[in-house]
Design a protein around this ligand. Structure first.
Ligand code: ADP
Ligand code: DP6
Ligand code: CO
Length: 348
């Protein structure tokens, strides 16, 4: 009995975006999304029971986090306390003073809250580590599959659902909480990769959570979002089946632009894009005209993620580095699902 568990989970970038919740408490999406898990950007998280403590604690990159960030973690830990039969499972009920509290320590090997998907790896690593911790202490509870686990990660941050698996992953709309889960669709072990153009690693002013809520509530284009997104999704799925990066990339770009259009049509309107994002887009179009298979997507931030062939990734990286010399580039291939870290690996 060690009373600790550590896990590593990788971030993912959506080709078909999740943008809106049909249930703010259960974190149910308004549409199915599809992502690519990244090999080189990830979160390591260690969880420990602290018996007798009054509250859970979150330490991120060495700093104790504020109430708002800690509350999101507690929200997820509460689901585990309920699932493993400690405390009261009634909705909204407080857990007894004897319910075990958890200390969470985490390291993001990805900029936090900058539109580079730290919440996806952060909550996937948390959920993966918590499952191991609770299974060890409560071995008589029914075992939890990765599919069920993805619904726990989802309740921390929607995009975290998809980081429970590697390669290309869908987070399906589902009929309710139990089947709005992650489904691995392809291991992505073919000629596909990404280069991330990190124009800014500053904390975003408008969180994803707020941005999507405001858009869903006020955008004139939002009623179209689900329908057009499903068409783009079918196209990306077909491209993946055929391992046709040009088909995947074209549909990914189209979905990205519709996603940003929903924000241009919000009231008041807003955008995460900057003039520099547009400069990168123009350059990607130039490179494509020269014959490279390169495609862009952007999320809740100005950074541009470039989908390319793995065989052409070094060339794409070099060209981007020449054209944007002061910008940080991250190269990534297809990442795997989360894994448990040994105590020794965690200490390192
Ligand atoms: P991002 O683009 O990085 O996903 P979000 O606004 O979606 O930005 O999420 C950032 C928030 O996610 C942080 O403010 C914090 O609350 C939470 N978060 C990020 N990393 C972790 C982590 N490793 N452990 C717990 N929570 C995290
Ligand atoms: C634009 O998962 O960060 O990256 O569920 O509110 O935590 P919450 O939001 P989050 O939103 C991600 C939005 C996106 C698109 C995507 O990853 O699908
Ligand atoms: Co996020």
């Amino acid at each position: 009995m060690t009373g600790m568990a550590a896990a590593r989970a990788h971030t993912n970038i959506a080709l078909i975006k999740y943008w809106g919740k049909r249930d703010d408490v259960l974190y149910l999406p308004t549409s199915t999304s599809l992502s690519f898990t990244l090999s080189s950007l990830y979160t390591d998280t260690c969880v420990r029971f602290v018996d007798g403590a009054a509250e859970d604690v979150l330490v991120l990159d060495g700093e104790v986090q504020d109430a708002a960030s800690t509350a999101k973690v507690t929200r997820v830990v509460d689901l585990f306390r309920t699932r493993y039969g400690v405390g009261d499972s009634a909705a909204g009920a407080a857990f007894g003073a004897d319910a075990p509290r958890v200390r969470v320590e985490s390291h993001n090997h990805v900029p936090t809250a900058a539109g580079l998907a730290s919440s996806s790896s952060g909550f996937a690593a948390l959920a993966f580590a918590l499952r191991a911790l609770f299974e060890e202490r409560y071995p008589d509870a029914p075992r939890m599959s990765d599919t069920e686990l993805s619904t726990f990660a989802r309740r921390g941050s929607g995009s975290a659902t998809r980081s429970i698996f590697g390669g290309f992953v869908e987070w399906v709309y589902g009929t309710g909480s139990d089947d709005s889960v992650a489904v691995p669709v392809d291991d992505a072990q073919w000629d596909v990769a990404m280069v991330l153009v990190a124009l800014s690693t500053q904390k975003k002013k408008i969180s994803s959570t707020y941005g999507m809520k405001h858009t869903a509530e006020t955008s004139a284009f939002y009623p179209l979002w689900r329908e057009v997104s499903e068409k783009d999704l079918d196209e990306v799925r077909a491209g993946i089946r055929e391992r046709d990066i040009d088909r995947v990339g074209a549909a990914m770009e189209a979905n990205c632009m519709k996603f940003h259009a929903t924000m241009f049509a919000a009231n008041p309107p807003f955008t995460y894009l900057t003039s520099r994002s547009l400069e990168v887009i123009e350059y990607i179009q130039e490179l494509r005209a020269q014959g490279l298979s390169v495609y862009y997507t952007m999320d809740a931030g100005p950074n541009v993620k470039v989908l390319c062939r793995r065989s052409e990734q070094p060339r794409v990286h070099e060209l981007l580095a020449q054209r944007f010399p002061n910008v940080t580039l991250f190269d990534a291939g297809a990442g795997s699902g989360p894994r448990i870290l040994s105590e020794q690996e965690w200490e390192e």
